[in-house]
Each structure stands twice: as C-alpha cells, then as structure tokens.
Design a binder for this molecule. Structure first.
Ligand code: PEP
Ligand code: CO
Length: 446
C-alpha cells in the first residue's frame, strides 16, 4: 500500500460489501451532486473530538457511543430524534457518576444508513433478490424494484442526516440537555423503572453541585453545563464517504465532512482492503471494529497504516467478541497492540458478538450477555493495567421489544409485540438505562 493517497485511491482496491448499481453513470451523477453540497460537520469539531478521544485514551474521559443499528429515512422525525438524545443524555448522566470523569457522547446517527450483510442475496419462497443494505442503498420491501440499489437514496440520506443534525444542534443549543434542568429530560418510563429513585437522586446531585459551584465561583458554569454530541457512522459506502472528503482552508490534510467519527465494520476491516485505504488518508479520528481471531499481522498493519505516529485520539478499537469469547480473545489482542507500540482507545461493543436467533427465527440479544460482556471488558482491561475507555451500544429511545431480559424480564414471547428493527435488535429505553446503571456500578466498584 505504498501508492499515493487521494479521496478516491480506494477505487484501485477491492471494496467488500458494496452495492451493485444497475446504472453506474447514474451513481456517478449523484456523487457529483453530493460533492457540491455543503458539509454536515466542520474540521474544528472533528479535531475537537480527536482531542477529547486522546484524553479518553489517557483515561481522562469515558465514551458513550450509541444509537440505532440502522437509521431509517422514515424515522427522521422530531420525537424519535428527541428520544434518542434523551436516552443518551440520561445514560451519560448515570455513567458520569460511575466513571468520575467527563463523558464524550457520540451518536450513531446523522448518517448510519448503510449496512453490511452476511449474504448478498436473500431468497423467499423460491424468489431470490439482492439483500437489503440500508436506506441509502435500497429498500427493505421484498420486491425487485425495492431491492435494486437506487443512487438517489444517497442524496435522500444525506439530506435526512443534515436535518437530523440540524435538529440535534438546535436542541442542544436551546438547553435541551442543560444540566441545570434535569427535569427537561425526564421521561415517562423513569417513573416505572426500578431505578427511578436512584436516577432522580443522581440528577439532583448533578444540578446541586453545579449550583454550588456557581454560587462559590460567582459565575455560570459555562461550557460545563452544556452537553455536546458528536456523530458517528460506519464508513461503508465509500462513494458516499469520499464525495464529502476534502481539504479545508487553513488546516492541513483531508477531512470526511459527513461525520465526526467514521468507523470501519468487522466485515470490511481488512487492512489491505479498500475501506482501510480510504480511512488512512483522513484526519478524522477512526474506529475499527475488531472481533475474534484477529492476528498480530492485522494489528501491525492497522497501526502502521492508520496510525503510524501512534498518536492518542487517532485510533479506537471497538471490540465485539461476545460474552463467551471475550475472556479468551481480548487479553491476546491487548498484548498484540502493546507489542506494536499502539496508543489506542478501547471501546467495548457488547452487542454484535451476542446476536442470536430464536427458534421462531427472530434475531435478538440477551440483556445478560450484553451486561456480562461489558463487565468482563472492564475486568480484563484492568487486569492488563489499563482502562476500558467507553461503550458502544445499539439502542433506541422507543419502547421496542427487540432484546430479551432486563429488569422487566422481557421474554421471547414479548419480541413480537414491538419489534421494529430491519437489522439488529436494540436495547429499548429501560434496558439502556438499566445497562448504564449497571456499568456505573461496575465502574464505581473498580
Ligand atoms: C454494526 O455496528 O451495526 C455492525 C454491523 O457491527 P460489526 O461490523 O461489528 O459487525
Ligand atoms: Co448492528
């Protein structure tokens, strides 16, 4: 990989998981249009996040990354966006008490529209069609028309991402997450949850200490009362990503201006592949999903290509082994990264190694597996003399029934009631908050 990097140099390599468009020239026209549109994020926000992630790498911050497995264009609606922000804010309030360090909130939103699939084709009743690959590529309905990749969807996705982010920014600016007013982001369910009292007590502690600080210092706490959100998505559709990758005035290098924090998925993380080639040339902080069977050679190549300077903040490993494999796999991975001189941030994704299919064919995850994997992650990193730097959760602010378990004991029978996801099962409101409580307790216990 000694070739010169450009935003399009990945095109010389094989890109896994790309859709096949029937009319490549129509795709090219759309990408030209996409290149002309204004960016979604700015280079200074990206560099701000990179700095914050560097602090997290040094154990001074904790990352909460969460959101839908796949955003849907039809779900770009005020209540949905508000609920996602609310659950993330609430989780982060809980986590900050356990972590005793500032949180970095990163939403899997405003661009999480493209999905890798285990099979290119899907067969139903003898009919075979291309798999659904996410809303910027095709549509989930099982008809030839819906499943044919449509380049126009890239523009629809970009526009919805802009609308989502616009609304998020307005809410945040308007004091939606102002810590002086935790009551603004109280939710109905909190009252029913076994954690209601604990949550209210935590929220009160936070606003009381803010007031106290302000009374003593005689000034408003300024930035510390405002909550920031950063955005992240899987950088899967390389045409979409590279169309918004460019230089900015007065700063060196190229930036992917569709998102602050792009990550490469497990199925496309080949260090010799097109996705890693694309990511190596941008200034954004980068995540890599890593799973079982990772080799020393892969680790060496990722580090050399994506983070040759071994600079904290540049590279994050998001590990997703599964509750039954993490104990066996993570210690070795930590050793490999050390041996290669890595200076990376470690985030635990306890979702993607724990997906299972019920007898009736429904994709789900068990809350217990999710909890067990995160808890083991804390212990394994601590035993290795370092800190787990964050968690990566698939969740929604809606009351769905996609994962089993949790305080309410959601069962396999409940799954049918409110199962919405076209792809992976998410934690619902209560399950997300419960997980945050359990993680906070675990952090406090040390
Ligand atoms: C995802 O994050 O939705 C995903 C597909 O994860 P992974 O690449 O780890 O399987
Ligand atoms: Co997923």
């Amino acid at each position: 990989m000694s070739m010169e990097w450009t935003p399009e140099s990945w095109r010389a390599l094989t890109a896994q998981q790309q859709a096949e468009y029937p009319d490549p020239s129509a795709l090219e026209r759309v990408l030209c249009e996409l290149r002309q549109l204004p960016p979604l994020v700015t280079s200074w926000e990206i560099l701000d996040l990179r700095e914050q992630l560097a602090e997290a790498t040094l154990g001074k911050r904790f990352v909460l990354q969460g959101g839908d497995c796949a955003e849907r264009l039809v779900d770009c609606k005020a209540p949905r966006i508000t609920n996602t922000l609310k659950v993330l804010v609430q989780m982060s309030l809980v986590l900050v008490v356990g972590a005793e360090r500032p949180l970095i909130r990163i939403g899997r939103f405003a661009g999480q529209y493209a999905k890798p699939r285990s099979a290119n084709l899907e067969t139903r009743d003898g009919v075979t069609l291309p798999s659904y690959r996410g809303d910027i590529i095709n549509r989930p309905e099982f008809t030839a028309e819906a499943r044919t990749p449509d380049p126009q969807l890239l523009l629809r996705g970009y526009e919805r991402a802009a609308m989502t982010l616009n609304f998020v920014r307005s809410l945040v600016k308007g004091g939606f997450a102002d810590l002086h007013h935790p009551e603004y982001f109280d939710l109905d369910w909190v009252e029913q949850s076994p954690f209601a009292r604990e949550y209210h007590a935590m929220a009160r502690t936070i606003s009381d200490s803010l007031r106290f600080m302000e009374a003593v210092l005689g000034v408003r706490a300024g930035d510390s009362d405002r909550i920031d959100f950063f955005t992240a998505h899987e950088a899967l559709h390389l045409g979409y990503e590279s169309a918004q990758t460019r230089r900015v005035p007065r700063r060196p290098g190229f930036f992917n201006l569709t998102t602050h924090f792009p990550w490469v998925g497990l199925r496309t993380n080949d260090p010799d592949g097109a996705h890693v080639e694309y990511l190596r040339g941008i200034e954004n902080p980068i995540g890599i999903k890593v799973g079982g069977g990772t080799t020393r050679e892969q680790v060496a190549k990722w580090l050399d290509r994506l983070d040759p300077q071994r600079e904290p903040g540049r590279l994050t490993f998001i590990h997703r082994f599964g509750a039954r494999k993490i104990a066996d796999q993570l210690p070795g991975l930590i050793e490999m990264v050390r041996a290669e001189g890595g200076n990376i941030l470690w985030i635990c994704d306890p979702m993607h190694g724990n997906t299972l299919t019920t007898q009736s064919g429904i994709k789900t995850r068990s809350f217990d597996d999710i909890q067990t994997e995160v808890e083991q992650a804390f212990d394994i990193h601590a035993a290795a003399g370092q800190k787990l730097g964050g968690v990566h959760i698939e969740l929604t602010g809606e009351n769905v029934t996609e994962c089993i378990g949790g305080a309410r004991g959601q069962s396999e029978q409940d799954l049918k009631r409110a199962y919405e996801s076209e792809v992976d099962p998410r934690l619902n409101y209560e399950q997300s908050l419960e997980l945050a409580f359990l993680i906070a307790r675990k952090m406090k216990a040390g």
